[in-house]
Design a protein around this ligand. Sequence first.
Ligand SMILES: *Cc1c(COP(=O)(O)O)cnc(C)c1O
Length: 397
Amino acid sequence: MRTREVAVITPVMPTYARVDLVFARGEGPYLFTEDGDRYLDFGCGIAVTSLGHAHPHLVAALQDQAGLLWHTSNLYRISGQERLAERLVASTFADTVFFGNSGAEAMECAIKMARRYHYHNDHPERFRTITFGGAFHGRTLATIAAGGQAKHLEGFGPAADGFDQVPLHDSNDLRAAITGETAAILIEPVQGEGGIVPVDPQFLKAIRAAADEFGLLVIYDEIQTGVGRTGKLFAHEWAGVAPDIMGVAKALGGGMPIGACLATEKAAVGMVAGTHGSTFGGNPLSTAVGNAVLDVMLADGFMDGVEKKARRLVAEIESVISLHSGVYDHVRGLGMMQGIKCAAPVGDVLAGMARHHVLAVPAGDNVMRFLPPLIIEDEQIDEAVAALDAVGSELSS
Ligand SMILES: *Cc1c(COP(=O)(O)O)cnc(C)c1O
C-alpha cells in the first residue's frame, strides 16, 4: 500500500446524497435488503427497471448471451444491435439508430447530429439548440449547458456554447429566440427531474410548426418518458407529434446500461462513417437485453394494460391526497410517471414512505415521483397508496 495522508473522503466518490439502504436482490416490484426486509420499488432505479427486478425473460436473455459473446466493438457488425435498431425503426418515426451507453450520451449524439445536419446542408453557422426552463438532459459538459440549471453548471467553467433557454409553454418566447444560428429545439415531452411536468400537446405542435417554418430539427429527450413509461411506447405518441431526433435510454435495457439516439434519414444525413462513435455502444450484451425488453413491451395488449393500471393508480392517489391537504397538493403526470406535488417538504414525505417500505424518487418543485414497474398488479397500487395515506396522517399530526 502506498503511504499517504489519511483520507476522509469515501472510496466511492461522494457525488450522491444516498439513502442508507443496501439491497441484495430484487423480484418483480420488490427489493430485498441483506436482512431480508422487503421494499416496494416505486422508483425503478429512476425509471430503469420498468419490467421489475429479475424478470425471467430478461434474465434468460442475459444468461444466454453471457455464455456466447460479450463484446466485439463496432469495428464489426453486431447482429443483436442490428435487430434492436430494426425493431425501434419499425415501432417509431425513426429510420436509423445510434447506440451508446447512457442517456447523456444519447443526448450528446442528438445535439451533434442536429449541428452536423446544418453543416451538411451548407449552414455550419446553425449550431445552437433551444431548450426550456426546468429541463434536464444529463451531466456531461454539453448536456448541463443544455439543461441550463445553475446548480449543475456551478464550478465547471464556462457553460458549453450553443444553447439558448426559453420558458416552457410560451410560443412567443420560443419564436423570438430563433435566429439564423438556431439548429434545433430540444424538449422532454414530460419533464422528469424538473418535477414531472407534462408538456401541453398544443405546445409540442407549436414547436413542430416553428421548426418546420424555420428549417430546424425537433429533438425529443425521451430518456425518462420512453420505452413504455407513459402507457405508450414513447410519450410523444400521446400528442401525435413526431420529432426528427430522439434520445432514449433508461428503460431500454431494463437495468443494462444502454442508450439510443433515433433519427429520421433526413436528420441523420451528416452522420457518415467516422463522425461519431462509442466503444461499448450497442454491444452484444446490452442489445440482447434491449431486445428482450422489446419482446415484452411490444407483445399484444401490454401497453393497453399499462395504461389501464396507470389510470387506477392516478385515481387511487387522487382519492388519498385530497384527505391530507397539509401534506400533499396535487398529482400530475402521464401514465406510470406521476408526480405528487407536496405541501410538506418532499424529503420528509419520502422518508415517511421509506418507513412504510415504499421507495419513490424526489424531483424538482418539491415533487415526489412515482415511477412504478409497468408490471405492477392492483395489490401493489393499493400497497403504495396505503403508505401514502399513512404518511399523510403522520405528517399532518
Ligand atoms: C436520466 C435522464 C438523462 C440522463 O441520463 P443518464 O443515463 O443519467 O446519462 C437525460 N435526460 C433525461 C430526461 C433523463 O431523465
